[in-house]
Design a binder for this molecule. Sequence first.
Ligand code: TA6
Length: 362
Amino acid sequence: MTLERASLCAFRKTAMALATSSMHAAIPTRAVRGSTPAVTHARSTRARTRVFARASVSASGDDEIDALNAAFAIKDSVRFARGNGGLPVALLTHKNGCTSTVYLFGACVTSWTQKSGDEVLYVRPDAAFDKTKPIGGGAPLCFPQFGPGAMQQHGFARNCDWEVIGSSADVNPDDPEPAVMLALKPNDFTRSMWDEPFEATYEVTLRREKLKMELCVKNTSKDKPIDFTAALHTYIEVTDCANSGVFARGLMGKTYLDKNIDPINPPPRVQDHKDVFFGLELCDRIYLETDPETLLYVGSGAAVAVENTAGWTDTVVWNPHLTMKECYKNFCCIESAAVGKPVVVQPGKVWRGETNLSVIDV
Ligand code: TA6
């Protein structure tokens, strides 16, 4: 289970260093912290102790981080700090040494490191951390629109500050599974693009061998359905995408919409080879009604499994090729998506999209 580390950027090193320091020694260990989420969804059946403590986190500057830690930190498992550009991040640390970094801006997971310290995700060198644009890398959330359309590209979720509403770590000290839960409710910015009654939650859980990301969207109206498209736009680091050892597997026989041919009205094609390669040209494909698991062979003897465990129906495969000359060789995106047919959520109901990432030897 070895990924290449050659292209670790300074930001990741910073995040890892933050994750391994101990800023919150005085904060007592609690299994679950925060409010009961308004959006109900399936949770682990393991015994957890609930603590319904909630602090105001509206303070600014370092007070904001202190307030987040006071309300939601769990010793050795979950804490908050300032990441790149001074943006607040949740830092998850598993007892086995895996870590993850989640920016509250965009609810964007930017890092998932293995026990070995190897990074799985990729952040583009042109990524901005000043809220002028979405964070370009990690696993940005596209919601309530995938791609271009009536609202801004890929929707507003990746351009909003999400609120922390909970954190948890299982009671079993050998397998703490640290998690943070974020929420997004309509505000003037979102209503200006999509005036629909919704509440979204997003839970990131650092499991023993997996990174779980779960988006829930509740229709809060009493009488009208809502519909949307969405994706988890996961950037995965590879050794060199032009290398024949880098490819996506698991899509054979599936119909895809080829945005490389026409980004506005992409024609349907059928995947007639067992693998998708990236060396020759831009790859921008929406694979429809895919199987739950797609593997990305990263070229180092490992593959990343992107497992759509609930909700997601489609898989987007993207590599920008020469449109991003400076970095396209270093990553491929395998995206859990609901694009082919918009998701329709009936009044009072919740849609849940869950993705699990894991690294496997091949
Ligand atoms: O998911 C693939 C895609 O929709 C591509 O068409 C590509 O342009 C892209 O996402 C990246 O979008 P962004 O707005 O993040 O630069």
